[in-house]
Write a protein that binds this ligand. Structure first.
Ligand code: PMP
Length: 432
């Protein structure tokens, strides 16, 4: 068990960071702003399911770096792949063998992609799918679902308007009102709202971006029939369906959410897990659409680091771990155990929660309502979550510092880790 009093080195690093790095962090979600403030913890080392901070405290980790670390920290097979790749030179700027091997492996796992292209991040992958969809359809408007996150490109930082299907407004300073006019936002899981919106705007819409299983306001599954209806309606209007599987691919099965529901989009964006911990993104889709991309077609996308040998090597190695038999069954079994333990603790300590879980990913919402869309997720008590988050940290468990994030299990968590975590939940709930 840790206490905040023994994080002296960590706190000192944060003070130093505040002077030199904007806000002390290199991605805003790493700050503790969403959990009531305070100094984030500086980790020194990750090993399997554990983190060790710079003061030597150990944590069971469920952040998994916001998703990529599904095989745990410092996995030996991925480590070996990285070392071997680095011995041959880190960056070529020429085509090379590993990118072909990895493209084939991804296509085998996600058959809706006839052709793929590697990028350096999920943001780039999604941003490019939109460009390609616009180039292919000759249309400009883009649809997304409220509360879903698709990276930080200008277009993807447009928030919902006030009505069920209104033109958006910028969610970040620096994004123009003109950009906001290019994006329409509708509630997730509301097919009537989607149909109505498409009736009005359908002939101007290039594409709809879908997190087929939402990961960005917690884990939220599509209602039965929702994804198929989105596909059908979108295609009726001559627009493209893009699945943003940056979180979902290789999370719930070896492959993507497309395999989970038996539905195929026109294009898919990938990231996180497929890099095994190194920077990566990828997008792919039907050959006819992908051939819009340079050098074959007029839609431009490039990258000095794209397809770099190290990211290809760790990505392949990560998928090699995930394709072993029993991986997803194990994640599911551990997830079920964790969910049951949290529910029991909530009952015992009279804490009101809702848990959404799919296999090895779950979200604990501090609300008694079921959560099927962003409005529902917003009802989770953020102040209570903030206190819970900090108590869990004190009790040696590292979660993501936001009520909207998921807990991610890894192949390296053990039953004992889950039991220890449940004990920490009991102690935390008791003090809430
Ligand atoms: N799409 C989704 C669904 C995401 O969750 C994220 C990142 N959380 C992104 C895109 C952006 O990926 P990256 O941070 O690698 O740019």
């Amino acid at each position: 068990m840790t206490t905040s009093s023994n994080r002296q080195s960590s706190d000192a690093l944060y003070q130093d960071a505040l002077t030199h790095i904007v806000g002390g962090v290199n991605s805003p979600s790493r700050s503790f702003k969403a959990v009531g403030g305070g100094a984030p913890v500086y980790m020194e080392r990750g090993e399997g399911a554990y983190f060790y901070d710079v003061d030597g405290n150990r944590y069971i980790d469920y952040l998994a770096a916001y998703g990529p670390i599904i095989t745990g920290h410092a996995h030996p097979h991925i480590h070996e792949a990285l070392v071997n790749a680095s011995l041959k030179g880190l960056l070529y700027g020429t085509p090379h063998r590993l990118e072909v091997e990895f493209a084939k492996k991804l296509k085998q796992a996600i058959p809706s992609m006839d052709k793929v292209r590697f990028t350096n991040s999920g943001t780039e992958a999604v941003m490019t799918t939109v460009r390609v969809a616009r180039a292919y359809t000759g249309r400009e408007l883009v649809v997304k679902f409220s509360g879903c996150y698709h990276g930080h490109s200008d277009l993807m930082l447009i928030a919902a308007g006030s009505g069920p299907a209104t033109l958006g407004s910028p969610d970040s300073a620096g994004v123009t009102k003109a950009t906001a006019k290019e994006v329409i936002t509708v509630p997730f899981n509301d097919i009537d709202a989607y149909r109505e919106m498409m009736k009005e705007w359908g002939d101007q819409i290039a594409c709809v971006l879908v997190e087929p299983i939402v990961g960005n306001f917690g884990i939220v599954e599509p209602k039965p029939g929702f994804l198929q209806a989105v596909n059908d309606i979108t295609h009726e209007h001559g627009a493209l369906v893009i699945y943003d599987e940056v979180i979902t691919a290789f999370r719930f099965t070896y492959g993507s959410a497309q395999q989970v529901y038996g539905i195929e989009p026109d294009m898919t964006a990938l990231g996180k897990v497929i890099g095994g911990g190194l920077p990566i993104g990828a997008y792919g889709g039907k050959a006819e659409i992908m051939e819009t991309v340079a050098p074959l077609g007029p839609a431009y996308q490039a990258g000095t680091m794209a397809g770099n040998p190290a990211s290809m090597a760790t990505g392949i190695a990560c998928l090699e771990v995930l394709e072993q038999p029993g991986v997803y069954e194990k994640l599911d079994a551990l997830g079920a155990k964790l969910e049951a333990g949290i529910r029991e603790a909530a009952e015992k300590h009279d804490v009101t929660i809702t848990i959404n879980r799919l296999k090895g990913a779950l979200t604990v919402y501090f609300t008694d309502e079921i959560v099927t869309d962003y409005e529902g997720a917003e009802k989770s008590d953020g102040e209570k979550f903030g206190r819970f988050f900090k108590l869990m940290l004190e009790n040696g468990v590292n979660l993501a510092p936001s009520k909207y994030e998921a807990w991610f299990l890894t192949t390296e968590h053990t039953e004992q880790d889950i039991e220890e975590t449940i004990e920490a939940v009991h102690r935390s709930f008791a003090q809430l």
